[in-house]
Design a protein around this ligand. Sequence first.
Ligand SMILES: Cc1ncc(COP(=O)(O)O)c(C=O)c1O
Length: 443
Amino acid sequence: MTIPGISETAAAHTASLKPPHFVLEDIVRPNILSLQPYRCARDDYQEGILLDANENSLGHALPSGSSALPLNGHENIKGGNDAAAAQDAVAGPSDPLDLHRYPDPSLFGIKSTLAKHRNLPGDEHVFLGVGSDEVIDLIQRVVCTPGKDAIAVCPPTYGMYSVCAAVNDVGVVKVPLRVDDGDFSLDVDALLSTLRSTPNIKIIYLCSPGNPTGTLLDLRDVRRILDEPTYKGLVVVDEAYIDFAEEEIRLGRRDKAQQVSAVPLLAEYKNLVVSQTLSKAYGLAGIRMGIAYSSPALIQIMNNAKAPYNVPQPTAHLASLALSPAGVDRARLHIKQLLDNRDELLAALLPIPGVGDVMGGNDANFLLVQILDAPKTQGGKPDSARAGRVYKRMAEERGLVVRNRSSDLGCAGCLRITVGTQIENRRCVELIGEMLRAEGIGA
Ligand SMILES: Cc1ncc(COP(=O)(O)O)c(C=O)c1O
């Protein structure tokens, strides 16, 4: 059946991709496949006197010149509060972002920029969501029938895959990563054998670099799953932290021959979705902008199923700035600084008595650090109870919050520490030393 809204070229492009055993129309829920997307007059007419969408014709009602509302634009754009107040009196509040209008539902400009950044043919390969959390959820809602289908996850991994599954009444099948010695690679044989014996699995969520592991997945492993003929579902590779590893390649700190992102595989595979975000390397967690890259057919289905105005106008505006050449240059500077800070944090943590290995690949903007029951030199073992105490005391008595991941599979005794500023990192190192001394280690 034809997907509503898809162009002939987009359909033909998708059909030209492999693998032959994957038929999108067979895995998308029939009610989603056939749904006629919400349409409004604005899809056809964007200019003129717009009395079509029941917006507020007088403009927004935000207080004039409020310093808490920089996007109001009064101070920055109209030259001060008096000018803004004068303008309000005559013509209503200034509204450089057209906040009283519904946002553009298609956002072709941002999508084209992202497609160009990622060497994809065009905007039809790009979906924009309210954070990658919306992407994770929407894919499930599009593909998994509640009460019937399941997803596969590879713990230790990002928790939202399973939370969305619980909300959507979708089963969760766990195929752990290889956790021995902090390897955290995919157990492809176990995954393939689970897929063969569990036909109701419709999506596999892989996280690369992983959270909380910080480890990049081997794309040869991802290919094996994409090529598995008995698996008819989607493979989602969550690359929320990929920009950190990619920048290492650009900076010559990582082998140039190593391909880290799965995005280039989209030129071959139609059963792949890659999700990314502006929340991490671009430092824009507050605006909630997530991205899915996939075949034009799946992207069309996701667009058909999403709420029409899911990405707010201020978010779109800030995302465009972030993705401009100047924005990208600035993001790269920040990434480089964070990579340097990560090295410094790592070097400062390791000599602390009672700190064990730094687990995983360190391929993101955090470290996964073991807390031990005795100094490493005396054969100390990971100690989850002690990690819990250190975590709690640092937060409650010293006001420094890390994440306690010691109950995650393969992460016994582990705290996950986000790389901070140099000052924050030094404080963190100081406090971990202090907490461990208070525990009688290295006193
Ligand atoms: C692996 C992973 N995926 C997705 C997300 C969610 O990102 P976003 O802010 O784009 O919703 C996070 C956030 O921590 C994450 O760690």
